[in-house]
Ligand binder design. Structure first.
Ligand SMILES: Nc1ncnc2c1ncn2[C@@H]1O[C@H](COP(=O)(O)OP(=O)(O)OP(=O)(O)O)[C@@H](O)[C@H]1O
Ligand SMILES: [Mg+2]
Length: 405
């Protein structure tokens, strides 16, 4: 992992502000109000990392990825893989696991991360698991095939579970369909999950690819859905490399990272990455504008474990917190009101003030019109899940509550 240049130190010395190689694995945290220069700093860092042969992975919902893409040196283009909402790289999050039992466990993890755990009681989950176990024996594990099989073999699955068709529908199928439907209802989600998989995070790490995941122009729910799905696959790929010699350097950047967290499980994944990234050679860098959308526990973990903490001018409560992170050396007012493109950093127990470098000139244009022309398979559940209206959701909640009681 290379040493990163952040900018020009401005406290008497003209030395560049640097994050030394050894500290990179301990994660980097950046905060600052809009327009202060966070993304431009990330772009500079990314452009340094991509020159090295290890994997660089960027998640972004704003302008960072188009800017980075336009500034990339020509020679790295063959390693670049661009994931956008209109032209995603299809991914099957279940296929990594070795055996069917593991795949089933993975499937439930994914459902829980993306749909939320609270939406199902334990008994219901157990029944769903049994139904899916039967489905898994008849199919290969892709979301589309699992769902299609369930729809086509409803009666057989009910029989195998020793349930009357009506009971099976009411107790198992409807709730399972409801959960699976989260994954398949939207064309954009099906474009990611139902076309032949091409995105394999093991390959990204092993071949040192540059993966740019740009989730812009869609609802926050879709960003979180796709973001948490991909982040879950990526973090398990990184954190499951038990053999030390299989671990690979990887620079991972997430701009506006709160956009990618959904439900407690998603935050847990983040915490795991912050705590264990170093051991697994993942250098994580995250940025955000304020504390909104990040729970206190995660924020506490981040602030206490990161190796590098950088603050541009930020809001009063954020500056208050950073004042402590910066060992009470700078008054809150100094942290809150810095000139544009200047920041304070705690790097390797040393406090520095520095100015960032202006953005590089673009070398090419980002194509905002790129669309995957392939037809997207229809949702096999469309006929079963009638509405995702508020009313239907509430009905379902009531039904679940009743069953729980
Ligand atoms: N060091 C710099 N010198 C000159 N211009 C800069 C510098 N850093 C950033 N800029 C410019 O300032 C503008 C805002 O920067 P940037 O997008 O990085 O801010 P940000 O903190 O990420 O804001 P947001 O929270 O809105 O995403 C951009 O147009 C960028 O090109
Ligand atoms: Mg930005």
């Amino acid at each position: 992992m290379r040493t990163l240049t952040l900018g020009i130190g401005n406290e008497g010395d003209s030395l560049a502000a640097l994050i030394p190689e050894s500290k990179r694995y301990r994660s980097t945290y950046i905060i600052g109000k809009p327009g202060k220069g966070k993304s431009a700093l990330l772009a500079h860092a990314i452009l340094q990392d991509v020159k090295k042969p290890y994997a660089t992975i960027v998640f972004d919902t704003g302008d960072l990825i188009p800017d980075v893409y336009e500034q990339l040196p020509d020679e790295v283009l063959p390693r670049v893989r661009l994931f956008t909402i209109q032209a995603p790289i299809p991914h099957n999050p279940i296929v990594r696991a070795k055996d069917k039992g593991e795949q089933l466990a993975d499937l439930f993890d994914i459902i829980n991360i993306v749909v939320g755990q609270s939406s199902s009681t334990r008994e219901l989950t157990e029944r769903q698991r049994r139904a899916l176990q039967i489905v898994f024996d008849g199919t290969t594990p892709t979301f589309l095939e699992i769902t299609q099989y369930l729809v086509d073999h409803k009666a057989a699955v009910a029989k195998a579970m020793n349930m009357a068709g009506e009971d099976f529908d009411k107790i198992v199928f409807d709730s399972l369909a409801d959960r699976l439907n989260e994954f398949l209802m939207e064309e954009r989600r099906r474009r990611v999950l139902c076309l032949p998989a091409e995105l394999d995070f093991d390959e990204v790490l092993d071949k040192g690819q540059i993966l740019l995941v740009w989730l812009s122009g869609v609802s926050p729910a879709t960003i979180r859905f796709i973001g948490s799905l991909l982040f879950q696959s990526l973090s398990s790929t990184i954190l499951e490399r038990e053999q030390k010699n299989k671990r690979k350097d990887c620079a991972l950047y997430i701009d506006e990272f709160a956009d990618f967290i959904r439900f407690a499980k998603g935050a847990e994944n983040f915490m795991r990455m912050f705590r264990n990234g170093r051991k697994y050679l993942a250098a994580l860098t995250v940025a955000h504008t304020d504390f909104k959308g990040v729970d206190d526990k995660l924020l506490g973990t981040i602030h206490s474990v990161v190796g590098t903490c950088i603050a541009f001018s930020c809001g009063a409560s954020e500056a208050q917190k950073l004042h402590h992170v910066f060992l009470d050396r700078y008054p809150v007012s100094t942290i809150a009101a810095q000139p544009d493109y200047e920041a304070i950093g705690l790097i390797d127990n040393e406090l520095i003030r520095f100015a960032t470098l202006p953005p590089k000139k673009p070398k090419r244009e980002f194509d905002y019109t790129r669309v995957d022309p392939r037809p997207v398979p229809p949702n096999p559940l469309a006929a079963f899940v009638k509405a995702t209206s508020q009313e239907a959701t509430e009905d379902l909640e009531n039904y679940r509550r009743k069953r729980k009681a």
